[in-house]
Structures are given as C-alpha cells and as structure tokens.
Design a protein around this ligand. Structure first.
Ligand SMILES: N[C@@H](CCC(=O)N[C@@H](CS)C(=O)NCC(=O)O)C(=O)O
Length: 327
C-alpha cells in the first residue's frame, strides 16, 4: 500500500473513531437523562447537544420495527365513512388497453361480482396507487371494512350473502375446479403473465398501460426489476424462455381440453371457476401483442378458449365498450 493510500485510510479510521465516540458519549448522556440522572435545567442542553445521536437512534428503532412488523399480514387501511350499505367498492388499477383491468386478479373479482350479481362500484387508482390491506390489488371496502385477496373476498361473500356459485357441482367437480383455479393463479400467472408481460415484452408494456416514456422507464422499470427478483425466487426466473413458453402452453392447452365445447368452464351453468378462467384467459388473449406466440396459442391452437372469452364478454360485459370492440 502506498503512503498516500495509508494516510487516507488513517484519516478515514479517525473520522469513524470520532463518530463512534460521539455516538457512545451522546448515547450515555441520553441514557443518563432517561434515568433521571440529569437535572431538568440540563434537559434542553443535553437533547440539543445530542440531537444527531437521538435522530440516529430513532431511525435505527424505526428500521428494526419495520423489519420485524412491516410488510407481513394485514395493514390498517382507511375506509370511507359515507358508504352505501351492501355495496362493494372495488379498488383496482385504472382500465387500460380496452380492458377493465390489466390485473387478472382484479378482472377475476369483477367478473365474480357480475356473475353473483353483487352491486359494486370501481375505485380506480393509477400506478403507485395506495395498496390495500395486504399491499396488493384487488381489495375492497364493504360496509366500512377493508378486505384483500380475490379468493378470500369470494369466500367472504359465500358466507356473508350465502352466494355459492358452485352449489350445483359434485364434490369431484369442486375439486377439479379448485385445481384449475389454482393452476392459473399460482402457476400460469407467473409464466404466462408476469414473465411474458414484464420481462419478455417489457418494451411494449408502456403502451399496454398507456403511460408515457417517463412512467415506462422509471416506474415500470423499477417494478420490473422487483418482479424479476420475485420470479427468480419463485423459480421461473431460472428457466429458459423456451421452457417457460412450454409450461404456459401446457396450462392453456389443459384449460382448452377441459373446456371443450361446454358453454361455461364447468358445464351448463356459470360457476366460480369462470371468474378466474375468464380473468386470466382474457388477459392473455387481449393484452398480449398480436405478434406473440402466446396470442397465437390462444387464437390458433385453442380457438375454443378465444370463443369462450368472446361468449362471456358478450353475456356479462355488454356495458364495456373496450371489450366489445375486441370480440
Ligand atoms: N392472491 C391475490 C393476488 C393478487 C396479486 O398478485 N395482485 C397483483 C396484481 S395482478 C399485485 O397487486 N401485485 C403487486 C405486488 O405484488 O406488489 C389475490 O387473489 O387477490
């Protein structure tokens, strides 16, 4: 090590040493103050003298508290005081690209509310929106209560309003329905929507969300970086694009096979699974670039899936011009 570098290192260590000593002395004085060992006349002086130390300690306590308690479970969300009893306030992202939502979970929940004929009102927020009690969308307000997670919300209405769209299904069909719903939400979602949209087609995501250059390259890019880490942790981020496409293809082919020529996913009547199947298939069909393999898969290899989306849209979304234009 040269003499210049050595003296630089020495000065750095001296600064660290002085800081550590100040922190220690300041902390001792503050402890003394807390124990009542300093007279009241001295309080102002001691606090002023050690203000930076006090701020550092507050920051430290805040960070530790966030690490221990933040981000887990439910967080308190302020709900409206003047609500219409029995009405659902559905919080989701603003509609874009002609779709009521770019989130398959939001589209699923809105479809469920339509299938179950539950009165609702959309509460739209744009990117960077206030997240719900679990930090995700969709979330709802209902009779002054905030609730999150599309599946738990559906379960809530089953009990609260005794609305069971699966009432006509046998136990075996309920099990099959559950398996398909979870395949789409926990598997297809990561491969066919998150990876496809945020990583493979990031260049066009700005036009999908209908945002300008700045939002695309700052906010969405930051979100994409976060999602890329999530995909790695989930496992999908470690596969080749070919493997990812093959997995998505198998899921969508399974949906197509099982749907066959039936009017609804489980048979002659709409059931809970239709909310998820529609929510996810409509997103893949109508939010994917038309030049993509995924779009070709739904339109060419699984035309019955496309016909299903069109059929459901005509029946349940007549008021939604953006969707009607796609049919
Ligand atoms: N299990 C949740 C999943 C909801 C979800 O993943 N929503 C995404 C949008 S499609 C979200 O809010 N992502 C933001 C984040 O993960 O921070 C549900 O069924 O509602």
């Amino acid at each position: 090590m040269g003499s210049n570098s050595r003296s630089l290192l020495q000065s750095f260590l001296e600064v660290v040493n002085t800081l550590a000593k100040n922190l220690q002395n300041g902390t001792l004085e503050l402890v003394e103050l807390a124990r009542g060992g300093v007279s009241l006349d001295d309080v102002g002086y001691v606090v002023r003298r050690n203000a930076p130390v006090l701020v550092l300690w507050c920051l430290f306590v805040f960070v530790i508290a966030r690490m221990c308690c933040g981000g887990r479970g439910s967080r308190k969300v302020k709900t409206r005081e003047n609500y219409e009893p029995g009405k659902v306030y559905l919080h989701q992202h603003v509609p874009a690209s002609g779709l009521p939502s770019l989130s398959p979970f939001c589209l699923k929940l809105e479809m469920f509310l339509r299938l179950a004929d539950i009165p609702y009102e959309n509460v739209y927020k744009s990117l960077g929106m206030e997240p719900g009690p679990k930090g995700k969308i969709p979330w709802i307000e209902y009779n002054g209560r905030a609730m999150a997670d599309s599946g738990l919300i559906i379960q809530f209405f089953k009990e609260e309003l005794e609305i069971d769209l699966n009432r006509t299904l046998s136990t075996t069909d309920r099990a099959i329905s559950r398996a398909f719903v979870k395949m789409l939400e926990e598997n297809t979602y990561w491969w066919g929507l998150v990876y496809f949209r945020w990583i493979e087609n990031f260049d066009v995501i700005g036009s999908l969300f209908e945002v300008g250059w700045f939002m695309h390259n700052v906010l969405l890019r930051r979100a994409a970086r976060g999602l890329s880490k999530t995909l790695w942790a989930q496992g999908i981020g470690r596969h080749s694009p070919e493997d990812i496409y093959a997995i998505t293809e198998k899921d969508i082919m399974a949906v197509s096979e099982f749907l066959g020529e039936k009017p609804f996913f489980m048979g002659e009547e709409p059931t809970e699974a239709d909310a998820t199947v529609y929510g996810f298939m409509a997103e893949i069909l109508w939010a994917a670039p038309e030049s993509s393999d995924l779009y070709a898969l739904v339109t060419e290899k699984c035309p019955n899936v496309r016909e299903y989306c069109v059929r459901m849209t005509r029946r349940y979304w007549q008021d939604w011009e953006g969707l009607a234009d796609k049919c």
